[in-house]
Design a protein around this ligand. Sequence first.
Ligand code: IMP
Ligand code: MG
Length: 179
Amino acid sequence: MDSFPTKTPKLGRVLIDEAAIASRLDALGAEITAVYRGKPLTVVAVLNGSLVFAADLLRRIPLPLRLDCISVTSYHGRESTGVVTFLQTALPDIDGRDVLLVDDILDTGRTLAAIRRKFITEASPASIRIAVLLRKRKQRESSLEADFAGFDIGDEFVVGYGLDYEERYRNLPCISVLE
Ligand code: IMP
Ligand code: MG
């Protein structure tokens, strides 16, 4: 049995506000558009965390792209379990496509590394790149790096703009620290 929590976490300071997110996404969208112009782009959004980010980012990439979503889980509360579970068995049809994997945050890198490994071993994409809204400044267990990152942040737990703590706070319009 888990020990009973002594304290419920509270929302802390705003780390990145709505306006800062919007203007960073303008630049990120332009950067991604330049890389994929003329290429068969498939954006694969990693649900649920990337839902808000992916929706806002996609509308800044004016190319004839395809969108697919996959669901994985690896977290319980604040700690990564280290085990990445795929919630569906079928992969998106990515053979010959240039894939942009979109996730909310690069923490240990385990989730995106597992997804990339699965895509490479079970399908034949032309390329795979990674876009994350947030990247934690820390030593990562996997050698995986993001090709496109919105913001570098410290190694603290954040919520909002799609990111949750036990499924709460995904609907905050900004990124806040959880105390
Ligand atoms: P990784 O596999 O450790 O890189 O973590 C990937 C997933 O953990 C992310 O897609 C998030 O869903 C979750 N995660 C990691 N850090 C945070 C955080 O600070 N806040 C909320 N979710 C997080
Ligand atoms: Mg999550």
